[in-house]
Design a protein around this ligand. Sequence first.
Ligand code: FAD
Length: 403
Amino acid sequence: MALNLQFSAEDEAFRAEVRSFLEQHLDDDLKEAARRQTSVFADKDVAMRWQLILHKEKGWAAPSWPEEFGGPGWGPTRRYIFNEECAKAGAPGVIPLGLRMLAPVLFKYGTPEQQAYYLPRMLNGEHYWCQGYSEPGSGSDLSSLKTTAVKDGDDYIVNGTKIWTTHAHFADHIFCLVRTDTDAKPQAGISFLLIDMNTPGITIQPIITIAGDHEVNQVFFDNVRVPQSNRVGPENEGWTAAKYLLEFERGGGGAAARLKVALDELKSLARKVDDSGEALIDDPAFHGRISQLEIGIHALEFNELRTLSKMADGGSPGPESSLAKNTGVDLEQTLNTLKLEAIAWYGVPHHNLMRLQDNNAPTVGPARFEPINGRYINSRAASVFGGSREVQKNIIAKTVLGL
Ligand SMILES: Cc1cc2nc3c(=O)[nH]c(=O)nc-3n(C[C@H](O)[C@H](O)[C@H](O)COP(=O)(O)OP(=O)(O)OC[C@H]3O[C@@H](n4cnc5c(N)ncnc54)[C@H](O)[C@@H]3O)c2cc1C
């Protein structure tokens, strides 16, 4: 069947509605914050301000949610258009940990009570989630996790530690994988728990990255009491929900739209003529690398569209999400490398990282160069979080290629 790439008149009308909404509501402060962002996620205050505008003005905070749970119930085309317009307008992203990662798990495995309590609070920003999967020694080999949850009356008592927990210092809730059966096979003894971060016994230690960001943390659980009613799915069967969530973490779609905008920025940097009257874009080798990148971004976009249409029929991203993750990360890292090369010595880390921490710090070069170094450094982590590049390759080999 031929692929029809024409948008219908209704789709174009929807695009116009999104554009006009963005013109009205995406203010300069939000755009500036998004422009300066070097981390994976926008800062909490920025992301939440944007989420609340989307939610209150239009009910657009969670484009992939079905109407029955308070989402707009959009099909893949609308989600694609919305995402593309937000990227073009320079909007910050909303934080996906609750809205895009936990929510699909609750749709599928949550009880009606869990859905009724957690989902509206996720949408209106009352709850802010973080992800408690990884532990020291249990990252790629996640099923070896050791944090325990032992039954005590109607509760579990949780002990152990989670690491690399993004935004735990902002979060008031954490979804956690815990071991509820220490005798079973590793995957068989795991349960999926929702934990209020204000429960006594939880402490958070910051981890500062090489880019100077405080984004990740280590979280400690010392006899933390959690009601059994906070378990998602049956006891000892949390691994199924855990893997389902990872499909959304790895390949929920939408990377290509932002990469296309960043590619335009790269081209504009490369077109700049230097003192000798030459521009980097005229260098055939550099030009070739940009062209290769552009082809890759287009290919990713078509794969994302395929995933979106699969999800529109009620499916999940599937194991192909590992392919999407690796491709998106490779392109992002290449793009950030080329940008860093394009600004040459303006990428000297110290000045521009200082400026990101302190608005009054002296900067070197134009403002648009500032985040480039931080982004380059930060994007190295993208081939580690959400499952490392090698782990995704193993999944592709086994599940997609059947090797
Ligand atoms: C910025 C950032 C944010 C993160 N946020 C979160 C979060 O919010 N919540 C959370 O739970 N976790 C988070 N993580 C953790 C992340 O999921 C883990 O770092 C990742 O799964 C890798 O685990 P590890 O760090 O223990 O490395 P390891 O598993 O020890 O891997 C070390 C190296 O060995 C390779 N390797 C391991 N096993 C295999 C194999 N079988 N075959 C081939 N190669 C292999 C890996 O590819 C890697 O190169 C975050 C990580 C980063 C960097």
